[in-house]
Write a protein that binds this ligand. Structure first.
Ligand code: ZN
Length: 295
């Protein structure tokens, strides 16, 4: 048992807290579909389906966050930042963090390093133009990253990434095997805590999929929260305004927040605050050796 404890280190949360919860809001607007299905640019019904993100869903979520006095972390692609600057500024004024989420919600899988860096810079330019501050956090669209992604993020001044799924606690993600190699804080995510896995029905493209009963989603999320609180883990919820911003689903988000706030030892914080805390404590240091040959 001692060996197991060493392999899965206990994470030290701030004084008085024994676990943490982050609410992250991935506000993609039209960008994701424009990347995977560029033909949808001319389809009004599909485009406005995604505009629900910024016209309705986000405001319903912001209202909940304001009433519950909770600060969260948004991840927004550069294209959505440029197309919906007023909404983005409303999010900033409401006190929430905004992290980088690609430019056109590009899936990085299959891209080379140069192409990936260009996208990173294009997203940063959108922040400079509209948000007026540099993002400190990054979430890869679709949670898809390359082996060199952490190195690019460090090069461009990011404090944390939140795209990987190998731990339930924050850790240091290293760019090379050497103990001296630079690291970036990783705040792991998981598909079970992503509303995309339950609700995503897309007109024309993905009809008839995933309209889960929000009560079932609440039950899954609550069970995971209970277990992670008991273990001292980090519950990292991902919601999309065009999905969880729908009326009945938003009530589930609100109920989750009520439940989180009823747990005294649970630290509810934006991702950047969790990442900055993780920089100050001992935690796992992970380097992912590239797999260059499949036998
Ligand atoms: Zn996204």
């Amino acid at each position: 048992m001692k060996a197991i404890a060493l392999r899965y280190p206990k994470f030290h949360w701030p004084e008085g807290k024994t676990s943490a919860a982050i609410i992250s809001v991935d506000m993609d607007a039209e960008s994701g579909l424009l990347f995977t299905n560029p033909e949808t640019a001319t389809q009004l019904d599909v485009m406005v389906h995604q505009a629900y993100d910024v016209r309705t869903g986000v405001y319903r979520l912001l209202d909940v966050f304001e009433r519950k006095e909770i600060r969260t972390s948004f991840f927004i692609p550069g294209h959505a930042i440029e197309r919906w600057p007023e909404t983005v500024r409303d999010i900033v004024v409401a006190g929430h963090e905004i992290g980088h989420h690609g430019y056109l919600h590009e899936y990085l899988a299959g891209m080379d390093r140069e192409e990936e860096e260009k996208i990173l810079l294009r997203g940063l330019a959108a922040f400079e133009k509209v948000v007026g501050q540099r993002p400190q956090g990054y979430r890869a669209p679709g949670f898809k990253v390359n082996y060199w992604t952490p190195e690019l993020l460090i090069k461009h001044g990011f404090i944390y990434d939140s795209s990987l799924q190998d731990f339930d606690i924050p850790y240091r993600l290293a760019v090379a095997e050497s103990q001296e190699a630079p690291t970036i804080i990783e705040l792991p995510v998981q598909w079970m805590l992503d509303d995309f896995a339950y609700y995503v029905h897309l007109p024309r493209l993905r009809p008839g999929f995933g309209i889960e009963n929000p009560e079932n989603v609440f039950a899954i999320w609550k069970a995971e929260l209970d277990a992670l609180v008991a273990e001292g883990g980090c519950f990292n919820l991902t919601v999309h305004p065009f999905l969880s911003g729908r009326a009945s689903r938003c009530r589930i988000v609100e109920r989750m927040i009520d439940y989180m706030q009823s747990i005294e030892q649970l630290w509810i914080a934006p991702a950047i605050e969790v990442a900055k805390h993780a920089q100050t404590v001992a935690t796992a240091r992970i380097w992912n050796r590239p797999i260059d040959q499949v036998c």
